[in-house]
Design a protein around this ligand. Structure first.
Ligand code: VGL
Ligand code: ZN
Length: 203
């Protein structure tokens, strides 16, 4: 059984948002088209409390896109984004969410960031997604959404680590791209066993 995994298609990651992904909104019509063809659709939602430790504003003298050392390793700092209950944290208004069966919220613990749909950035704290998928006999994921080089990449890598087959739909994702990070993300995903496809191969 397969599922469509829609990662973080939220206002703050779209043009005009707090952490905009260039052309991030272009994924919306493609994803809407794809979700019609899936029986199981799952979404993630970046969902940070105010003052989250991944926000540059929580660290004196730090600017967005600098990195700091956290107890679990290196962490990139971001503009305040996807704050719980704000418009920026809402899904893009044109994203079709009727077919969504599960929404995984992540990044809600102040002290740990969470890029992946499966594990928080400490690589230990789980979201419960792997168990949910196994109980529903889902063994294959099709990953779409934002951002290629962060939440999509880590969701794909962790999905593979948890033994799911993972396809990445290249025209249904967009990246932030910090110093070549999109190309690096593709290399890492493909080396780990992800299969790169286009939506036209499914539609
Ligand atoms: C994301 C940075 C911070 C993402 C979330 O959805 O890729 N990136 N929080
Ligand atoms: Zn975030």
């Amino acid at each position: 059984m397969k599922a469509l995994l829609i990662v973080d298609v939220q206002n703050d990651f779209c043009p005009g948002g707090a952490l905009e992904v260039p052309n991030g909104d272009e994924v919306v019509p493609v994803i809407n088209h794809l979700s019609q063809t899936f029986e199981t659709v799952i979404q993630t939602q970046d969902w940070h409390p105010r003052g989250h430790s991944s926000f540059a504003s929580s660290h004196n003298g730090k600017e967005p896109f600098e990195t700091i050392e956290m107890p679990y390793g290196e962490q990139t700092l971001w503009p305040d984004h996807c704050v719980q209950g704000t418009k920026g944290a809402d899904f893009h208004p044109d994203l079709d969410t009727e077919k969504t069966q599960l929404i995984i919220r992540k990044g809600f613990r102040t002290e740990i960031d969470s890029y992946s749909a499966f594990y928080e950035n400490d690589d230990e704290t789980t979201t419960g997604l792997a168990g949910y998928l196994r109980e529903r006999n889902i063994d294959t994921l099709y990953a779409v959404g934002l951002a290629t080089d962060f939440c999509v990449k880590w969701s794909v890598l962790d999905g593979l680590k948890e033994d799911f087959n993972v396809f990445v739909i290249e025209d249904a994702i967009r990246g932030i791209d910090i110093e070549g990070s999109v190309e690096q993300a593709w290399n890492e995903m493909e080396e780990a066993g992800a299969k790169r496809i286009t939506s036209s191969e499914l539609l």
